[in-house]
Design a protein around this ligand. Structure first.
Ligand SMILES: O=C(O)c1cc(C(=O)O)c2c(n1)C(=O)C(=O)c1cc(C(=O)O)[nH]c1-2
Ligand SMILES: [Ca+2]
Length: 706
């Protein structure tokens, strides 16, 4: 492939073109006529979980994926459904999914559509019928918390897929399966295994081992899960992979003697024939902060110091924007795009960050670290527009308070082992009152606390010069949970969504808004564009979810109108989008049943501990959460509580069974805690109702663990 041209009539993979630039060469829709943009067709996806996939269009057929690895095919012009596929998913996997049941897209090649299910099976479907041609289990160790949310990537005659679970107990890897048969061709592990178990699988892992304490927490797995970005680069023939964060989070727990802990937080180039590593560049040596490098990559050409260079542009979670030579991994540029206090910069000579442990190592006490674990960037695809030279994407300039409990704990199988608590800077001030007094005092003394008060954070759609990191324009979104994917077109348009349900069209050069369409469903996924029957269309998946999904922001259409997941397709001269009705006001929590006779204050306290250890990552107990608000359980749910928690009575709906870790006594203690909480919630809400106040006040503090 030569210089970047962008996608044409077809949009052949979720990134659009071979470089995954999310840029289109199409120009039928222009700044002059975009005022006439309206709905061409829509498809309801029958779920209220998140949508993150960018659709693919090949010769008039639109293929895409949805919740837990469902796949769909539509006639791209008319929206006529051609087929739909729903994998049989073992919902026990939800015990180790940090960030909802999302899926980021399909691959299409050789008459087949490839999609990976949440529980780690690759499905090759007949592109014409949706029938399963083969399926292949790509999880290495089913006793661990491995799962899958990413899109498969075709590289020659293999399909490559990553996995997730680095907040739990996994050792990360990518897997290559034979395109025609699904047979395992190779696997590349991100981090070494316990050296006591014998030689490493590959020479590059023997090299990596030298950067780990021999007494690392191998039992927890080390992490590194490459859960999103994988790019096959036809120009070099390499597969580029962005690897994930360390597990547990803190280096001092994971690898007590320190070290870079290769290949965490790294871009690696692999040979797709063998899986052998060709080069690597570690963006976050010795990751402490869930700084994954799994964020989407863009492959293009840039003129640097007068020379044309084949580059990868990468802005991972850690707050820097990197430009690397994609043949060699040589660092060409690195600039901070947000506040970063974990590193003072990147040394251009060595390519290494200038680490700042005084401000960011939380081994001996709480720290406020910029950026937050949510990342300066996350999975939301950005776009590179070659005409203006602008990288346009969602950027979050925010930090978090991070702290951990002292000492080492035993690993818990298929459970959270990240061992760090997080409070985002917009909530830090309010949250200090809930912390033990000495910790709150320590936080108040941090220089970064003043910074958090001065500017708790902002989320923006920004246009950035990749070589300088300089922002050319920025548009505020509604809050840190309002982040979205971006499309640019050769006609000078930038298109993105908002979680309040708007589709926004801007002028790429200036950011000026040219058109807004209210859809009534939150839009986080990236819009894409294609031609069918001589007409240019713009398609986007709509639905709130992903990391932090149980905390539905008040400003999102998920909160005000439900979260009716849809695929929305637009064209010039289209119609108004049908908008879902407003939800009725929240009702007072129903009266809970009486506590069992033997319940004491200790039972309730024990139940609360168990709840926060096992349940709270999904059940945030927020009004209008996607997972049930357990302060509002109906009598029937209370009656079935043990069956639901221990026997899997609601497993089909996504609620796993827990009888392997919780005893009936534990389940009863959790129930006692929830009955107590429901009673208090009801009393509080009755008082509010009496005072004529709304029941859903300002958003509660977010204490996240992902
Ligand atoms: O470490 C991991 O294995 C892992 C997996 C995932 C995922 O698979 O979605 C996310 C993260 N980490 C993560 O740190 C993160 O911020 C995140 C956001 C999202 C999302 O879909 O919104 N997924 C994930
Ligand atoms: Ca993670």
């Amino acid at each position: 492939a030569g210089p970047q041209v962008g996608a044409g009539a077809n949009w052949t993979n979720p990134g659009g073109d071979a470089g995954k630039t999310h840029h289109s060469a199409l120009a039928q829709i222009t700044p002059a006529n975009v005022g006439a943009l309206g709905l061409a067709w829509q498809a309801e996806l029958g779920t209220m979980r998140g949508q993150e996939a960018t659709p693919v269009v090949v010769d008039g057929v639109l293929y895409t994926s949805g919740v837990a690895g469902r796949a769909y095919a539509f006639d791209a012009a008319s929206g006529r459904p051609l087929w739909a596929f729903e994998p049989e998913v073992d919902m026990q996997v939800n015990r180790t999914t940090c960030c909802d049941m999302v899926n980021r897209g399909v691959a299409v090649a050789r008459g087949k559509v490839f999609v990976a299910s949440l529980d780690g099976w690759m499905y090759a479907l007949d592109a014409k019928t949706g029938a399963v041609v083969w399926k292949s289990d790509f999880i290495e160790n089913r006793r661990k918390g491995d799962n899958s949310t990413g899109a498969p990537e075709v590289a020659g005659d293999v399909v490559v897929i990553g996995m997730g679970g680095a907040e739990y107990d996994v050792r990360g890897y990518v897997t290559a399966l034979d395109l025609d048969t699904g047979k395992l061709r190779w696997r590349w592990h991100v981090v070494p295994h316990d050296p006591k178990l014998g030689p490493q699988e590959r020479p590059e892992l023997e090299a990596a081992l030298k950067t780990w304490d021999p007494n690392s927490r191998w039992d927890i797995g080390g992490g590194g899960a490459p859960w999103d970005a994988i790019n096959y680069d036809p120009e070099t023939g390499y597969v580029l992979v962005g690897t994930g964060n360390g597990g547990p989070y803190a280096t001092s727990k994971r690898s007590p003697a320190g070290g870079d802990n290769l290949y965490l937080g790294t871009l690696v180039a692999l040979d797709p024939k063998t899986g052998r590593m060709v080069w690597h560049y570690q963006e976050t040596p010795g990751d402490n902060w869930d700084f994954t490098s799994t964020q989407p990559m863009i492959l293009t050409h840039l003129t640097i110091d007068g020379k044309d260079r084949s580059v990868v542009i990468h802005a991972p979670k850690n707050g820097f924007m990197y430009v690397l030579d994609r043949r060699t991994g040589e660092l060409l540029r690195a600039n901070a795009i947000v506040r970063t206090n974990w590193a003072k910069g990147i040394d251009a000579k060595t390519g290494r960050p200038l680490l700042n442990p005084a401000e960011a190592d939380y081994t001996d006490g709480p720290k406020i670290v910029f950026p937050a674990t949510t990342g300066a960037r996350n999975w939301h695809p950005a776009s590179y527009d070659p005409a203006t030279g602008l990288y346009v994407g969602a950027v979050l300039d925010m930090g978090n308070l991070i702290f951990m409990t002292p000492g080492q704990k035993p690993a818990r199988a298929r459970a959270l082992n990240n061992d760090a608590a997080l409070i985002f800077t917009p909530d830090v001030k309010a949250a200090l009152d809930t912390l033990p007094a000495p910790m709150a005092e320590a936080v108040r003394r941090l220089p970064a606390y003043q910074e958090a008060l001065r500017d708790p954070g902002k989320a923006q759609i920004r246009a950035i010069e990749p070589l300088t990191g300089k922002t050319v324009w920025a548009a505020d979104t509604l809050g840190w949970q309002d982040r979205g994917g971006v499309l640019t077109t050769a006609s000078g348009l930038t298109i993105h969504g908002g979680v309040d349900g708007r589709l926004v069209v801007r002028e790429t050069a200036t950011g000026k808004v040219l058109k807004e369409i209210q859809t009534g469903t939150p839009i986080m996924a990236a819009p894409m564009t294609f031609m069918a029957g001589g007409v240019q269309y713009i398609a986007v998946a709509a639905g709130w979810g992903g990391g932090g999904y149980p905390f539905v922001p008040r400003y999102s259409a998920a909160y005000t109108r439900g979260n009716m997941n849809r695929l929305l397709v637009f064209r010039l001269g289209g119609e108004a989008v049908p908008i879902p009705d407003l939800l009725p006001p929240i009702e007072v929590a129903p009266e809970p049943p009486a506590q069992a006779a033997d319940v004491t204050a200790e039972t309730i306290a024990r139940g609360q501990g168990l709840f926060f250890n096992n349940c709270a990552i999904c059940h945030a107990n927020q009004p209008r959460s996607i997972t049930p608000d357990l302060r509002r359980m109906q009598p029937g749910t209370h009656e079935l509580f043990r069956q639901i928690v221990l026997e899997g009575a609601l497993v089909a709906g996504g609620m796993p069974r827990w009888n392997d870790v919780l005893t009936p006594g534990d389940a009863d203690a959790i129930h006692a805690y929830l009955i107590d909480l429901q009673g208090k919630t009801r009393a509080d809400e009755l008082a509010k109702q009496k005072a004529g106040k709304p029941l859903d006040g300002p958003s509660l503090t977010i204490l996240s663990n992902y």
